[in-house]
Write a protein that binds this ligand. Structure first.
Ligand SMILES: Cc1cc2nc3c(=O)[nH]c(=O)nc-3n(C[C@H](O)[C@H](O)[C@H](O)COP(=O)(O)O)c2cc1C
Length: 354
């Protein structure tokens, strides 16, 4: 397989159908076409503009490498282990042996830690979450399901490369129905259009848009089930929002209730300046109409925050909004404003500037 990029020609399912079906634990029915595997790989780690990829990466350092392990049962490949070369779209065989049908996410944390020090280890775990989320949405869109095993998440200076995750891929007997109305942007399109946007207009965003981004990123859109995988026994990530300029909402701090999918006002006030300083004076935070903050604990929480973050990026595309993942901020200053669990990840949101 070489040179095939994610096929722009497929009339695939919408982003929100994929999210809905992922929350339901079932894929959409899909007849596997010739380009399906290269499309899935493109969704997970494909190249954009020769330099960037379909998933974000701290400082574009790209510590992830994706391998396909094929037994030739589902994948159109002979038995073996193959490395995906992102910008050429090629699969290069690295072994003739394989013992499962699926994907391996290998990481080289040194690529990121060189620039960001110890905090870089968390960024790598976030990025595993981003890539897993795109993989599962892509599998769902291709009529396939998978089970994930997070293998090694504790990184350190003593070892250059780790297997962070293994995903076994399977066919299923029953499928998700999807929906016929209000489809919104196609999943394939959202992946291609996703990029980090740091400059926003002064326009307010609507409370409906903000709530839709939260709901479709981390709400229990199916009773007890959010639109991403559970990495532990329970979901571990909570979300709050600092509202600066949202039609229909007072300025202040709101908690997102994932179960009822509502915003609950915690306290009113203008926290723009404070959060801008807390995020190392990054202009994206000061220019935003609202800032979503994800909270959680532990290594699994960091992976989960990445999965939610990927949903925020994709849903922002659906709403015509822009966002950027922010990992560089002072945790204590965010804690002071939000008074929650450990702040993990920050997403300013706004109408992209012209
Ligand atoms: C874990 C993580 C942390 C990041 N932290 C920041 C940040 O603090 N500030 C920022 O402007 N961008 C940040 N980014 C966004 C990256 O700079 C961006 O993904 C990268 O430049 C590639 O561009 P793209 O997202 O448009 O593909 C972060 C991304 C990730 C995945």
């Amino acid at each position: 397989m070489s040179g095939q990029r994610g096929s722009p020609n497929r009339q695939g399912p919408s982003l929100r159908e994929c999210l809905w079906c992922l929350a339901n634990g079932l894929p959409l029915r899909y007849e596997l076409d010739e380009a399906w595997l290269s499309r899935v790989l493109f969704h997970v780690q494909g190249c954009r503009d020769r330099r960037f990829r379909t998933v974000p990466s701290a400082g574009a350092t790209y510590p992830l490498e994706v391998y396909v392990s094929s037994l030739g049962r589902i994948f159109p490949l002979k038995t073996g282990l193959y490395k995906y070369v992102s910008c050429s779209g090629n699969l290069v065989q690295s072994s003739v042996n394989a013992d499962f049908e699926g994907f391996l996410f290998s990481v080289l944390p040194g690529r990121t830690v060189t620039y960001y020090g110890e905090r870089g280890y968390m960024y790598v775990r976030n990025e595993v979450g981003h890539a897993l989320q795109n993989l599962f949405l892509s599998l769902v869109s291709h009529g396939l399901w998978g089970s994930v095993r997070l293998v090694e998440l504790e990184f350190g200076p003593g070892k250059p490369q780790y297997i962070a995750a293994r995903v076994d891929v399977a066919r299923v007997d029953s499928y998700c129905r999807g929906f016929s109305l209000e489809k919104g942007v196609l999943f394939d399109t959202a992946v291609v259009l996703r990029r980090s946007i740091r400059n926003y207009s002064r326009e307010a965003i609507s409370s409906e848009s903000l709530l839709d981004v939260l709901k479709w990123s981390m709400g229990e859109i199916v009773a007890g089930s959010r639109p991403y995988l559970k990495f532990g026994e329970e979901y571990g990530v909570n979300g709050s929002v600092a509202v600066f300029n949202v039609r229909g909402l007072d300025k202040g701090i709101y908690e997102f209730d994932a179960k009822d999918m509502e915003l609950e006002l915690v306290r009113t006030g203008d926290f723009r300046e404070k959060l801008w300083r807390a995020s190392l004076m990054q202009e994206s935070v000061r220019r935003a109409a609202a800032v979503i903050v994800l909270f959680g604990d532990g290594l699994l929480g960091e992976v989960e925050a990445g999965a939610v973050g990927q949903n925020i990026y994709l849903n922002a595309v659906d709403e015509g909004l822009g966002t950027v993942a922010i990992g560089a901020f002072h945790e204590e200053d965010f804690l002071e404003v939000f008074g929650e669990q450990r702040p993990l990840y920050v997403f300013p949101l706004g109408k992209p500037a012209e």
